[in-house]
Design a protein. Structure first.
Length: 323
């Protein structure tokens, strides 16, 4: 049996989709449906049961599942970088992960893989190496990043990182993200206007080292990200914190160019003011150092940004479909 928390969310549902592609469907999806359209991500998936996140953790700690769980992919979290309710983030992101990890201590045969975040790297002044010995140097720029960073640090202190896996996701984009609101990728948000008006908007730069639209991110397609996740199931002796990214930063202008090419339109970009609340917390450069992952034996090559955007636009956004 495999548990996927956050299984109706963006990365979680894509992971279940990928497991299904590998003929695995003995899966329990754990999440909280709420009142948004996230449930649509479940419609094409094959799984055994759905359990609300609060019910699940209580049943887990009560021993309901015994020793039947082979792996827990803990991908559920509030991923809004603009969330201001620190108590909620501490309870939902940090405390819940801690409870799962403590349960796993008594069930060492269960593979435990959890989602950290590239937001833990802050402004990047310490680089983007997933070397656990440098965790204490990181200074996240928002409470979301800190809620993820705190568990990373506790897991290191307790010695858990020699037995479990933490994944620092960079800028993931692709099908199944429609429900994420403002946290959707720029590709997803830009597509309707690009389709209807042949134009898109990007934030202006407020850093003299970067021209408008030349801010850099490590963009990774969701299909590539889930392949990386599955590597850790196939390699149970590989543990610790690992970056999930392409290892190659690209600009927002590159994203725009790929979008216009995918829809066959002439390029027109509006550079708009960045909200004041974001300007002091904005990352102008991110790039995953994936040396550690490759050293561990990972050899799969990620899609190019252009190929990934083309697949996303033509096979999913244009067809209004999910995985």
């Amino acid at each position: 049996m495999i548990i996927v928390t956050g299984g109706e969310g963006f990365i979680g549902s894509a992971l279940v989709w990928s497991l299904n592609q590998h003929s695995i469907d003995d899966i329990i999806i754990v999440d909280h449906l709420g009142k948004n359209e996230k449930w649509k991500n479940l419609t094409s998936l094959h799984y055994t049961d759905y359990i609300d996140k609060t019910d699940f953790i209580n049943r887990l700690e009560a021993g309901t599942f015994g020793n039947s769980i082979d792996a827990i992919f803990h991908l559920g979290a509030c991923s809004a970088t603009t969330e201001l309710d620190a108590d909620y983030l501490m309870e939902n992101n940090y405390r819940y992960t801690l409870r799962l990890a403590q349960w796993r201590e008594e069930h060492s045969k269960t593979r435990f893989i959890y989602a950290s975040s590239a937001a833990t790297y802050g402004n990047g002044e310490q680089g983007y190496s997933d070397d656990e010995s440098k965790l204490h140097l990181l200074r996240p720029l928002n409470m979301y990043g800190y809620s993820k960073h705190l568990f990373d640090c506790v897991a290191l202190k307790k010695g858990w990182l020699s037995q479990i896996v933490g994944l620092k996701f960079f800028n993931v984009f692709g099908p199944n993200e429609n429900h994420k609101g403002d946290m959707r990728s720029v590709i997803n948000k830009a597509y309707p206007r690009l389709r209807d008006e042949c134009a898109i908007s990007l934030f202006k730069s407020y850093n003299p080292n970067y021209a408008d639209g030349e801010q850099l991110r490590d963009f990774i397609y969701i299909k590539d990200a889930v392949e990386m996740i599955l590597f850790f199931i196939d390699n149970p002796n590989v543990n610790g914190i690992y970056n999930i990214g392409t290892g190659k930063a690209r600009s927002w202008n590159d994203i725009a160019a790929a979008l216009f090419k995918a829809v066959g339109k002439e390029q027109y970009i509006d550079y708009i003011d960045m909200p004041l609340a974001l300007r002091n917390k904005y990352q102008y450069f991110t790039q995953a150092d994936i040396t550690k992952l490759k050293t561990a034996g990972y050899v799969y090559s990620c899609s190019s940004l252009e190929d990934a955007v083309f697949d996303y636009v033509t096979e999913y956004l244009a067809k209004d479909s999910n995985l």
